[in-house]
Design a protein around this ligand. Structure first.
Ligand SMILES: Cc1cc2nc3c(=O)[nH]c(=O)nc-3n(C[C@H](O)[C@H](O)[C@H](O)COP(=O)(O)OP(=O)(O)OC[C@H]3O[C@@H](n4cnc5c(N)ncnc54)[C@H](O)[C@@H]3O)c2cc1C
Length: 437
């Protein structure tokens, strides 16, 4: 595999661009020999490097990213740190152990992040007060009934909300029913990963803008970068949907491109029209429905597009075009704010598999991989990242066992069938979405 340095594009439309400029660590140069390398400094790679550093305090851990921290999906998501996953398509009693396993993983990631944010005083608008799942149209209302059964069967603390409750909390008449989950957090995703990167233990060396371009699987493992070469004993791959370009998860993972918009900061009068909560997150019970946030800096954000776009970000003109879809959904929900302009739009690429599974385990003798969370990777990616460090170090934990039980990824056909299949796979999330979009 021989990648080029310029195969890792980015843009200036992530959540990172809403933050003060952060100094970038130096690109790796020269020849190095280290016991551990982690490739990818998103939420998975950061969690993995942190855990490796704890387990091996006397060893150097090299953490490499092709881009700047915050420019991958981990800095471009909607910032829902999930404790309890919602599974579209019905509640299946025989799946209850699987639901419990996945929620144990989520919970473990949420706890790790809570501690790391608190211990390192990371300023990332972290707010652990749960969030609201919403339903407006027929399919989402059916999912609402399923979700309720599921939460009751699992004993998850929640509050049922009707149309009036939702209006009082969110300031919109669109939703007919909702469920408030007590646990879970909201976060500014780029601020979170910046804070995690800037508080790594001393034996982790982070190098941004340091793409691994080529990998030799023979022992010792050799990594080639544009201006550096690294020899290592153990390698952890945390590169999400870009794993195939390093030779892993080929025909198992693709990128789906999502986009959303932010308003300018709302005035006090505009905020007052949104009901009683000063900050909230609302996530649709339909997989194609809109995800909404009222952030602590008083912006409303709405994300409701997803598409197969060759696993890449949208161009400025494509983003402008998607904004008209965001705008229509925004005005439908908040007609009282129709005069409020959008100030910012962003896109991001999430790693998805055909069967909705996640990837965890050994790829070769001394190469391990974790990733691909189908839009639910903040808590889960943290747990997977930390657990892959444990697994590669020979530790046995409940989270390692839970991650190892992930179903194998279903086969995705090669191009040109991939493009057609991926297009329909991503489109399928919108079937029957109605006014929830
Ligand atoms: C718009 C959007 C909204 C989302 N909303 C949510 C949400 O609200 N809640 C939630 O839980 N999840 C959400 N997700 C999903 C979540 O963001 C991802 O699952 C998670 O961030 C994946 O983390 P990661 O570290 O595995 O991958 P990434 O964050 O993608 O990190 C992988 C890193 O690897 C680097 N890399 C790739 N190849 C190489 C190479 N060859 N050499 C060096 N570095 C390399 C990349 O530059 C990148 O930084 C959303 C995703 C998107 C796009």
């Amino acid at each position: 595999m021989n990648l080029a340095h310029n195969e890792f594009p980015t843009d200036n439309h992530g959540w990172a661009e809403l933050l003060p400029e952060r100094p970038t660590s130096q690109a790796l140069q020269g020849t190095h020999r280290v016991p551990w390398v982690v490739v990818g400094a998103g939420i998975t790679g950061l969690a993995c490097a942190r855990r490796l550093a704890e387990l091996h305090p006397d060893e150097e851990i090299l953490l490499l990213d092709a881009r700047r921290v915050g420019q991958g999906a981990s800095g471009r998501n909607s910032g829902f740190v999930v404790a309890t996953s919602q599974f579209n398509g019905g509640f299946e009693l025989e799946q209850i152990d699987n639901y419990r396993r996945i929620n144990r993983i989520n919970q473990s990631g949420l706890e790790l992040l809570s501690v790391q944010v608190a211990e390192n005083a990371i300023e990332c608008q972290w707010r652990r007060e749960g969030f609201i799942h919403t339903a407006a149209d027929r399919v989402a209302l059916r999912e609402h009934a399923f979700f309720r059964c599921y939460l009751e069967a699992l004993g998850v603390s929640h509050t049922l909300l009707d149309e009036n409750d939702l209006h009082a909390r969110l300031g919109t008449d669109l939703y007919k029913a909702g469920i408030q989950i007590a646990d879970g957090a909201l976060v500014q995703p780029a601020a979170l990963v910046h804070g995690l990167a800037d508080s790594l233990p001393a034996n982790v060396s982070l190098h941004e803008q340091s793409a691994v371009l080529e990998l030799s699987h023979r022992k010792p493992l050799m990594l080639r970068l544009a201006n550096a070469q690294v020899e290592t004993d153990q390698l952890i791959v945390a590169t999400n949907y870009e794993a195939p370009s390093l030779g892993f998860l080929r025909s198992r993972i693709i990128g789906s491109t999502l986009a959303g918009s932010f308003t300018r900061a709302l005035t006090e009068t505009e905020l007052a029209s949104l009901g009683s909560l000063r900050e909230w997150g609302a996530i649709s019970l339909h997989s194609g429905g809109a995800t909404l946030r009222l952030t602590s800096d008083h912006r409303l954000s709405l994300r409701n597009t997803a598409e197969y776009h060759g696993s890449s970000l949208l161009s400025d003109s494509e983003l402008a075009c998607r904004q008209s879809i965001h705008r229509a959904a925004f005005e439908k929900r908040f007609p009282q704010l129709a005069h409020v302009p959008f100030e910012f739009a962003w896109s991001g690429v999430e790693g998805i598999s055909r069967n909705g599974t996640n990837f965890f385990g050994r790829q070769h003798q001394n190469i391990y991989l974790a990733g691909g969370y189908n839009g639910s990777g903040v808590s889960r990616g943290t747990a997977f990242g930390s657990a892959i460090a444990d697994y590669a170090s020979g530790e046995e934990t409940q989270t390692v066992s839970d991650c190892l039980e992930s179903e194998p990824g279903a086969w995705i056909p090669p191009r040109p069938l991939l493009d057609i299949g991926a297009f329909f796979k991503v489109r399928s999330r919108f079937y029957g979405v109605g006014v929830d979009r």
